[in-house]
Each structure stands twice: as structure tokens, then as C-alpha cells.
Design a binder for this molecule. Structure first.
Ligand SMILES: *[C@@H]1O[C@H](CO)[C@@H](O)[C@H](O)[C@H]1NC(C)=O
Ligand SMILES: *[C@@H]1O[C@H](CO)[C@@H](O)[C@H](O)[C@H]1NC(C)=O
Ligand SMILES: *[C@@H]1O[C@H](CO)[C@@H](O)[C@H](O)[C@H]1NC(C)=O
Ligand SMILES: *[C@@H]1O[C@H](CO)[C@@H](O)[C@H](O)[C@H]1NC(C)=O
Ligand SMILES: *[C@@H]1O[C@H](CO)[C@@H](O)[C@H](O)[C@H]1NC(C)=O
Length: 419
């Protein structure tokens, strides 16, 4: 190779050092030091591959901001005392099976911001029982394989934001009893299912904002009794039941703005839950009925939530009309359609209305009586417009929320907008 070198002396020297292990045991282009802990620092060196001669005593390896494309099964196989491994902001598209096997002391692994990664092997993190922080944000992941986090009993911080996740399997986090932060914002999740978050008994912060969530199933938050912060803003929620929210007994900070709330009788369980909720919350801007558009759901009067304003099909069109216009029609099998809330008029309610029609005195109708005529109810709801709260009150409540929230400590990676 040296013979073929037609370049200047310095470049030949650089090539030489790249190919041959150097005397002092520190790979070329890296800096090695032993205090506070044995460390190999190779960040921002334009490396295309992981150096092969990493000192076996290394406890920290910094390889971020290079041009790495592959993590080999042998890359770290001799570095048994490794506790911190940073490989974020590379171009890693493949992690060979076994790449992290045997790293029993690994505490922090950051492979975030490798947008060509796309696939993680189900066994990639096996045996990492000491791992407390795992960064997998911006990795182009559209799926997490079943069991990928199995056995990560020490994990406390898991960053999955800015991927393309469409759904999560049941029990994906089942072993993560010590997890306190779960960041999954800016993905494409549509439904928060009953068993998706099972096992997260110590979770403190759950960031699910900027997804496509249209539905939260009733048992979804059952294990989240320690949760203090829940962000669901900028999703496509129209409803949330009080039953889903009930398990969140420690909740202090809630953001539900930027959704398409239906503010009629279907909102009453959530409205009731807010009467009991002691923490602070963003606004919940009503989307339907038009007479309440932009009003804060939780500050509506009880009267506002009487009756059903729209037939389900009208709700559907008004929420998804953008989609329909762009030529993508929803089939009846589409999960979107399935989870569109039905009007709250149950068969029981209907029969009570029918029988009450025969009653001679209308004043005997109780205050929660539901009309069977959507149009008429709509008119009456629009008559109530003048009773709604002033914008000033709304402003104040969101400012309170922002103030309270600023006192929280945030790690990297999350964005919010508070004025
Ligand atoms: C790994 O750490 C242990 C102490 O924690 C030490 O005894 C051992 O020598 C270290 N191994 C290497 C290869 O440095
Ligand atoms: C990243 O790697 C892919 C191949 O996996 C390659 O096509 C692409 O050019 C690389 N991007 C950069 C910025 O190096
Ligand atoms: C994780 O949680 C379990 C209880 O679920 C506990 O026994 C264990 O000590 C915790 N591990 C760490 C590293 O916090
Ligand atoms: C879903 O919500 C986003 C952000 O709030 C919004 O931009 C988008 O139009 C909504 N999509 C549908 C189908 O309603
Ligand atoms: C709606 O208002 C009309 C009069 O404004 C009243 O007769 C009717 O009972 C109201 N209906 C309901 C459901 O409140």
C-alpha cells in the first residue's frame, strides 16, 4: 500500500496509521485518556468504520458524528468493561447480531440519529441488564420487534422519538419496571392499546405528542399510577374516557391541546374526570360542534354537553375531509373508522326517549334528557354560545401550565412551545 502511495508524505502517514495499530494502544484519529475513566474519544473524525484496536480496558467509547455504516459483531466483543457507548449521528444502517453481546456493564447506549437504521434485531439488546439509558431516536424505525426490550430491568430512560412507528406490540415494555422516561413523540402511532404500556409501573413521563393517535383504549394507562407528565398534544383524538384517565393518580402535567375534541355528551366522562383532576392541563379546544369550536372543553358548562350534535357519519366527514379530498377514502374496515366515537345515544336512552314522548308534561324530563334530533340540538347548543367562558380565562390557565412546566428538568430531545 505504501508503495502505491503517490501522495504527499503526510497523507501517506495518515493512511499508514489507519491501517496499522499504533504503539500506545490508542486507535488512529482517537484520543485516549484514563481519568475519570478509561475513555476512547473518536467523535467527529470522519471515520467510515469502527476502529478495530480499541483498548480492552476502555469504559467509555465516543464515536458520535462520524460516517459509520455498520456495527460488527466483533466491534466491541473484547471491551468487557464498557459502560458508555455513543454512536449517535452516524449513518449506521446495519447492526450485526451479537454486536452488544457480553457488554454486561453497559449503562448508556446512544445509537440515535442514524436515520438509515430502520431495523433493530429482536435480540440486539439481550443481556444488557445494567443498561439505564437507551437512545433510539431518529433511526427511521417503523416497527419495534417483539421482545426487543426484554430483560432490560435497569432501564430508566428510553428515547424513541422522531421515528416512523405506526404501532407498538402488546407488552413491548413489560420488563421495564424501572423505566421513568418514555419518549415516543413524533411518530405515527394511531392507537394507544390496552396492553401496549403494560408493566411501566414506575413511569414518570410519557411523551406521546405529535403522533396520529385517534383512540386511547380504556385500560391503556392502567399501570401508570406513578405518571406525573402526560403529553398527548397534536394528535387526532376526538374523545378520551374518564375510565382511561382514572389510573393516573399521580398526574400533574397534562397536555391535550391540538386535537379535535368532540364537545357533546361524549365528552362528559372526560369533563367529569377534569372536575377531580388536581394537576395542570393545557386547553382542549373543541372541534365539534361548530358553535363551540375553539372553546376549552374542560371549562364548558354542564349544559353544553347535553345531547349529541352530529351523526357519526357527519363527524367522520368533518374530521377526515382532508383525507377524502386527497382521494384516500376510508374503508369500513379501516381502524380509523372503527374508533370514531359513536353518538352517546344508547339503545336504552332511545327507549327512554320514546317512552317519555308519551308523557304529558315536558317539565318532567330530567336535565340530561337527550333529544333524538341532531339538528334541533345543534340549534340549541348554538344558543348557548354566549354563556361560554371568556378567552382571558383560557389564556390564564395555559400560562399557569407553562409556568409549572418550566420548573421541570428536561433532558435533550424534546420540544414544546410555551410563550
Ligand atoms: C474491568 O474492571 C474490573 C474492576 O471493575 C477490573 O478488575 C478489570 O481489570 C477490568 N478489566 C479490564 C480489561 O480492564
Ligand atoms: C449513508 O449510507 C447510505 C448507504 O447505506 C448511502 O447511500 C448514503 O449516501 C450515506 N449517506 C451519507 C450522508 O453518508
Ligand atoms: C429495578 O426494579 C426492581 C423492582 O421492580 C428492583 O428490585 C431493582 O433493584 C431495580 N433495579 C434498578 C437498577 O433500579
Ligand atoms: C391530525 O392531527 C394533525 C395535527 O393536530 C392535523 O394536522 C391533521 O390534519 C389531523 N388529521 C386528521 C385526519 O384529522
Ligand atoms: C331547544 O329550544 C327550544 C326553544 O328554544 C325548546 O322548545 C326545546 O325544548 C329545546 N330542546 C332541547 C333539547 O333543549
Amino acid at each position: 500500500i505504501l508503495q502505491k502511495c503517490v501522495c504527499g508524505h503526510l497523507l501517506c502517514l495518515v493512511l499508514w496509521f489507519n491501517l496499522v495499530p499504533v504503539m500506545n494502544g490508542c486507535p488512529a484519529k482517537c484520543v485516549c485518556y484514563s481519568e475519570p475513566r478509561p475513555t476512547v474519544a473518536c467523535q467527529q473524525q470522519g471515520l467510515f468504520s469502527i476502529p478495530t484496536e480499541i483498548p480492552v480496558r476502555s469504559q467509555r467509547i465516543f464515536l458520535q458524528s462520524n460516517k459509520l455504516t455498520v456495527v460488527r459483531s466483533t466491534s466491541f466483543s473484547s471491551v468487557h468493561n464498557l459502560t458508555v457507548l455513543w454512536m449517535y449521528s452516524n449513518n449506521i444502517s446495519h447492526i450485526e447480531a451479537g454486536a452488544f453481546y457480553g457488554l454486561e456493564r453497559l449503562e448508556e447506549l446512544d445509537i440515535g440519529d442514524n436515520s438509515n437504521l430502520r431495523i433493530i434485531s429482536p435480540t440486539a439488546f439481550r443481556g444488557l441488564t445494567k443498561l439505564h439509558t437507551l437512545h433510539l431516536h431518529r433511526c427511521g424505525l417503523s416497527e419495534l420487534p417483539v421482545g426487543v426490550f426484554r430483560g432490560l430491568f435497569s432501564l430508566q430512560y428510553l428515547y424513541l422519538q422522531d421515528n416512523n412507528l405506526l404501532a407498538l406490540h402488546d407488552d413491548t415494555f413489560l420488563d421495564l419496571a424501572n423505566l421513568t422516561y418514555l419518549f415516543i413523540h413524533n411518530n405515527k402511532i394511531k392507537v394507544v392499546t390496552d396492553h401496549m404500556l403494560r408493566g411501566l409501573i414506575n413511569l414518570d413521563r410519557l411523551l406521546l405528542h405529535q403522533n396520529r393517535i385517534i383512540h386511547v383504549q380504556q385500560q391503556a394507562f392502567n399501570d401508570l399510577g406513578k405518571l406525573t407528565t402526560l403529553f398527548l398534544f397534536f394528535n387526532n383524538l376526538t374523545m378520551l374516557t374518564g375510565e382511561a384517565m382514572n389510573p393516573l393518580v399521580s398526574l400533574q402535567y397534562l397536555r391535550l391541546n391540538g386535537n379535535q375534541w368532540i364537545c357533546d355528551c361524549r365528552a362528559r366522562p372526560l369533563w367529569d374526570w377534569f372536575k377531580r383532576f388536581k394537576g395542570s392541563s393545557s386547553e382542549l379546544e373543541c372541534h365539534i360542534p361548530t358553535s363551540l369550536t375553539g372553546k376549552d372543553l374542560k371549562r364548558l358548562k354542564s349544559d353544553d354537553l347535553e345531547g349529541c350534535v352530529d351523526s357519526p357519519s357527519e363527524v367522520q366527514t368533518s374530521i377526515f375531509n382532508t383525507k377524502a379530498r386527497s382521494g384516500k377514502f376510508l374503508s369500513l374496515d379501516d381502524p380509523l373508522v372503527e374508533s370514531i366515537p359513536r353518538c352517546c345515544l344508547s339503545d336504552n336512552d332511545k327507549s327512554s326517549i320514546i317512552s317519555s314522548k308519551s308523557l304529558p308534561d315536558p317539565s318532567s324530563y330530567n336535565s340530561r334528557q337527550i333529544t333524538n334530533n341532531p339538528l334541533k340540538e345543534k340549534e340549541n347548543i348554538s344558543n348557548r354560545r354566549s354563556r361560554a367562558e371568556s378567552p382571558k380565562q383560557t389564556q390564564r390557565s395555559s400560562n399557569n401550565f407553562c409556568r409549572a412546566r418550566k420548573s421541570l428538568i428536561w433532558t435533550k430531545a424534546s420540544s414544546y412551545h410555551c410563550s
